[in-house]
Design a protein around this ligand. Structure first.
Ligand SMILES: Cc1ncc(COP(=O)(O)O)c(C=O)c1O
Length: 451
């Protein structure tokens, strides 16, 4: 007997842990491309892509085919043998990752990969007990990764004390400062603020690693300053880390794998980290995480110092290889940039004078006057501020209530959206990278009608 959504929701409450909150009450019937259908057949345009995961949309036929083929050949062996998909993927990643990042460890998720990256840093920097992270970041929910996470206290408060030696510095958010003067001040004094923190709170020679999301994800889709050619915060971090022999870790779990229109967001800043962490879009929906480093650094991890039963399994690696092949073959990164432009132009036209921080297509400086030209909607248009890069775009509303209303009403009209940001006032647009312009525009029209 077929069951209704209501039947499933009742059983969900009965048998599943309430710890995992759900964004909607939709019970999935099937998913295809940019759309999901509930069990009664209602269609939704999915602008969440499974929290920025399904780069090629739901169940891309070529990915499905390769998964089926690999599953028929072998699903799982763990580290009992070496296997081609694993080795082929590591080699392919080495060709798309920046700089000398060429050696990879595969895990199952972003959090696991973050844990591995921290272990590598600890191994490579014996005696240095501290890690510096940035406020508002989300790095995952394992006890290691959650110790680095400061985007919401609900992730941490029940589980403290967490890992010792984690220090939190500010994420330089130039986009949420109300006055032009305030922004100018922050940009001018970022060096001082950072150095003061290090002088007074944590001595550089005790730090093993500094961790940052080049574009803050769950914390509010905030690009680190410098993406528009102004004060390059990541470059400053790089110089600082080099000077004090600290490892620089970029968490590209959400902003990596093409989401921003480049394989990795760090490319916009021209900076190569020592360790790069990936997951989400890496395998287009299969559970796969990874951290990568130079061969020299990675080889500081002796055999058996880290491992995983399922990490880098045959099927997930085969799917990731196919994903990379399709993104390259179909020039999907270029398309991300043009779709991003379309989103920004759409909102600019709908809400003239809104405060648009335009995406940068080629990473070149857009203006030598840092903050002019992307003023702040709180000034010019109280309804909306837009910021982001590629298809990682934030719609920032004046309040949590408005963002919630827009999400709810859009859902009623068949458009699925997710929030982000520490104040709950942001809607993130993270559609699949293959969404058609027509479907994207349709979704934007519905969102705009509800603002
Ligand atoms: C930037 C970032 N790092 C790490 C994670 C954790 O990834 P996972 O949920 O796969 O453990 C996330 C998940 O949202 C993320 O956005």
């Amino acid at each position: 007997m077929s069951q209704s959504s209501q039947d499933y929701l009742k059983r969900d409450k009965e048998y599943l842990s309430p710890a995992l909150s759900r964004a909607t009450e939709i019970v999935l019937g099937k998913a295809e491309g940019s759309f999901i259908y509930d069990i009664e057949g209602k269609k939704y345009l999915d602008l969440t892509s499974g929290i920025a995961v399904n780069q090629l949309g739901h169940s891309h036929p070529e990915v499905v085919e390769v998964i089926a083929k690999q599953a028929a050949n072998c699903i799982h062996t763990s580290c009992v043998v070496h296997y081609p998909a694993n080795i082929d993927l590591a080699e392919k990643l080495a060709s798309i990752m920046p700089g000398n990042l060429s050696s990879t460890f595969f895990a199952n998720s972003g959090a696991e990969a973050i844990d591995g990256a921290i272990k590598l840093a600890k191994l490579a920097k014996p005696g240095r007990t501290n890690i510096v992270v940035h406020r508002g970041s989300f790095h995952g929910r394992t006890l290691g990764a959650v110790s680095l996470t400061t985007s919401k206290n609900s992730y941490r408060k029940y589980f403290e004390p967490l890992l010792p030696g984690i220090h939190v510095t500010e994420y330089p958010n130039i986009y949420e400062i109300g006055t032009a003067k305030g922004r100018e001040f922050l940009v001018k004094h970022l060096d001082d603020i950072f150095n003061n923190y290090l002088d007074n709170v944590v001595a550089p020679e005790t730090i093993a690693a500094i961790v940052i999301e080049p574009i803050l994800g769950e914390g509010g889709y905030i690009p680190a300053p410098g993406i528009d050619g102004t004060y390059n915060y990541l470059k400053k971090l790089r110089e600082f880390c080099d000077k004090h022999e600290i490892l620089l870790i970029f968490d590209e779990v959400q902003c990596g794998m093409g989401r921003t229109g480049k394989w990795f967001a760090s490319e916009y800043y021209g900076i190569v980290p020592d360790i790069q962490v990936m997951a989400k879009g890496l395998s287009g929906g299969m559970p796969l995480g990874a951290f990568a480093a130079s061969k020299e650094l990675m080889h500081k991890m002796p055999p058996a110092s880290h491992g995983s039963t399922f990490g880098g399994n045959h099927v997930a690696c085969a799917a990731a290889l196919k994903l990379i092949e399709i993104v390259e073959r179909d020039k999907i990164l270029d398309a991300v940039n043009s779709k991003s432009k379309l989103v920004f132009e759409f909102f600019e036209n709908k809400f003239p004078n809104s405060n648009t921080h335009k995406p940068v297509a080629d990473g070149s400086p857009r203006s030598n006057e840092p903050l002019r030209g992307h003023g702040f909607s709180a000034y010019h248009n109280p309804q909306l501020q837009i910021r982001g890069v590629g298809l990682m775009i934030a719609l920032v509303f004046p309040s949590n209530e408005i963002a919630t209303k827009v999400k709810k009403q859009s859902l009623e009209k068949g458009v699925l959206l997710l929030g982000c940001g520490i104040h709950g006032n942001i809607i993130r647009l993270a559609p699949d990278l293959t969404i058609t312009e027509k479907d994207l525009l349709h979704g934007l029209e519905i969102i705009a009608a509800n603002i």
